[in-house]
Design a protein around this ligand. Structure first.
Ligand code: SF4
Ligand code: SF4
Length: 370
């Protein structure tokens, strides 16, 4: 296993971490957590030392499953846990403290190594976390008492906003969605966060399953004998600016395949990365790459988020439910905003992919008018 420094924290974490949100429901729903915990235990045996969870994951069972594994791992080599608190979980510092106490208890640990302000969607939410008496303040108090090591954030913001937050020096690390579909939207943020000394953890390395589910579409990613999944993973963690990727696992077999894939992984040079990114952009010709060049709509329409969600319509060959779920669950954007388009054409003139944005917005508006 390769280990990389998590920003300036002094901690070395495995380049392959584990997201603890994909355990099989049929295995945990009856309160039998052992088979799920076994995946975590095997991951630790294979050298993974970074485990990411959250209240609410797996019907709110993920932290408990982690706690079961951590109880058994306690006296072995050190490992690190990351968990989260959102604006929905807590309204103020006291409520945040209750969430922290609950996580500590469920996780069976004395300290949370990485505590995240969860899913910051825009700069207003960034400020909301930091307000006087807010969640960040509660986390700082817990850190002062030795219950938390580092305060970080997770986000779905565009790269330039991530860069702004990173440069403010409030957080020590960021976890963000980053993969071969949306890299252009986030690259600036990844690079800026790394340059500012933050750890950079990437979730959703397979685009929410969109990449392996569409092997023909994404075949250009594949190298040598590597599977598509492995190639997509290597694209991310061979980058210097990325500390770790955290795929989720439902089985030990999936985990072992990825661990094998990252053995002997070499860092990619900046030149090679730029070339790869240029090639990827060409291949993704019908998809929105979320570069955000179009993001100045006079009607305030969040075009990159709407068009990125439309990617799922294309790749699923016409499933409107996937667009709705992506907009609601991932972006927190109301699809009805697509109907506000006045067809001025500004965005299409700016689009790096030359996409028919107006047509796609009309289709999205129709999906939400039903
Ligand atoms: S064409 Fe529509 S979406 Fe594009 S900038 Fe004009 S109003 Fe906004
Ligand atoms: S619609 Fe075009 S310009 Fe806008 S984010 Fe997508 S690819 Fe970039």
């Amino acid at each position: 296993m390769i280990y990389k420094p998590y920003g300036n924290t002094g901690k070395m974490i495995s380049a392959l971490g584990m997201g603890c949100m994909r355990f099989k429901k049929e295995e945990y729903q009856n309160g039998n957590y052992e088979s799920c915990a076994a995946i975590i235990l095997r991951a630790r045996e294979l050298g993974i030392n970074y485990f990411d969870t959250a209240p609410g994951y797996c019907d709110d069972k993920s932290e408990i499953i982690c706690g079961e594994a951590f109880r058994q791992m306690k006296h072995e080599k050190p490992f690190y846990v990351s968990t989260k608190c959102s604006l929905r979980n807590a309204k103020n510092a006291d409520e945040a403290r209750k969430m922290i106490d609950q996580s500590l208890k469920r996780l069976n640990v004395d300290k949370i190594n990485f505590y995240n302000m969860w899913s910051i969607l825009n700069l207003d939410q960034y400020k909301e976390y930091l307000k006087k008496g807010g969640i960040y303040e509660g986390a700082c108090k817990a850190r002062d008492e030795g219950l938390i090591d580092h305060i970080c954030f997770t986000t779905h913001m565009r790269g330039s906003d991530i860069a702004k937050v990173a440069s403010d020096g409030v957080y020590e690390g960021v976890t963000l969605g980053y993969n071969a579909v949306n890299f252009a939207y986030r690259q600036e943020g990844v690079d800026a966060a790394h340059a500012a000394g933050l750890g950079v953890v990437t979730m959703n390395p397979l685009g929410g399953g969109i990449i392996p589910a569409n092997p023909d579409y994404f075949s250009f990613l594949q190298h040598g004998n590597d599977s598509l999944t492995v190639s997509a993973l290597k694209f991310i963690i061979s980058q210097k600016a990325v500390t770790a990727a955290i795929p989720g696992y439902s089985s030990i077999e999936e985990l072992e395949e990825d661990v094998k894939a990252v053995e002997n992984l070499k860092e990619i040079s900046n030149t090679d990365l730029k070339n790869l990114i240029a090639n990827l952009s060409e291949e993704l010709n019908a998809l929105c790459t979320t570069c955000a060049y179009c993001d100045s709509c006079p009607e305030g329409i969040p075009i990159p988020q709407l068009l990125e969600s439309y990617n799922y319509y294309i790749l699923s060959k016409g499933d409107a439910g996937q667009v709705k779920s992506r907009l609601g669950m991932h972006w927190g954007v109301d699809g009805k905003l697509a109907a506000k388009c006045i067809e001025c054409g500004q965005c299409e003139a700016l689009c790096t992919q030359k996409l028919p944005i107006i047509e796609r917005l009309k289709e999205i508006a129709a999906m939400f008018s039903e």
